[in-house]
Ligand binder design. Sequence first.
Ligand code: MRU
Length: 340
Amino acid sequence: FMVTLQSRSLRVYAYALEYLDQTRLPQAEEWVRCDSPEAWQHAVKHLAIRGAPLIGLSAAFVLAQYAARHPEPEWQAVSDRLRATRPTAVNLMYCLDAMEACFTQGADALAERAKALFEEDRALCQRMAERGADLLASGDRVLTHCNTGALATAGVGTAIGALAIAKQRGIDLHVYVDETRPLLQGGRLTAWEMADLGIPYQLITDSMAASLMAAGKVDKVMVGADRICANGDFANKVGTYMLAVAAHYHQVPFYVVAPYTTVDPACATGAAIPIEQRDGAEVRGAAGAFGEVVWAPSDAPVWNPAFDVTPASLVTAWVLDTGVFDSAAIARGEHLRGWR
Ligand code: MRU
């Protein structure tokens, strides 16, 4: 009953998913089968499947496929478990809310709903990326953080989507890629996507961004988001906040690019966003396709929040599929119009 769908990092079959294991990139392009809620939870906790939209969409398919094989009374408990896997990106809650609203209509309706969510995300990516590309001009040197590309969504991506559409339009960019400690989504994934897109880039460590701006080498900052509050505060990969502070100090425009499905009208301010805390081992060393290395004392105490909150006051504009909003528009709640 399920049409096969495919994106850069997801393949959907009738009774299983395959995902491109993002912990193995760029050293290996390995597709892994996922045919149970447990397998999905494992993949999401380890960031083999990651990025706000992709987490939500893959959860919808896993739930639909589970529903096709199990009786209705079990569905809610599975949805609850999927929902609790990662707390910060609200796209997971958006997708599971949409799926739960179909529970009374049966398993086929769930499969159709998951497919519709996937196709919606592809369209949202295209729209926000076009709006983001409208803000870019040839010669721009753009700094980005984490990975917000095709790997993280069903379509062209969010912030990287804007860079990709600009490239398609013949706009010449130079991109600075923040390595993105501790899990290196920039160094591993964004660098790989830039090469794939044919966009010239340079990799920097996160701690180099401020002096790069001081040297006058950054024209714009573009990042994605995991949750945008009613007042415009937003959570994104840890390190985004210090970029926003540095950009504000150096008067570099700072844009956040996201779909409306990342907006959480129920979150009044950033203080209400749950921030995921992760294992200290991620900071004491690194593990990946290249093996494992530990440089800190093996018992070093660690603080490891996966996300931070950037206050609305540091944002130049919010680039959503629904429009480009400045601070005044956000204060009027225009980004919430028509939402839920
Ligand atoms: O922990 P991750 O890799 O899932 O974090 C991802 C980010 O912070 C992205 O910037 C965000 O999801 C927007 S990407 C489309």
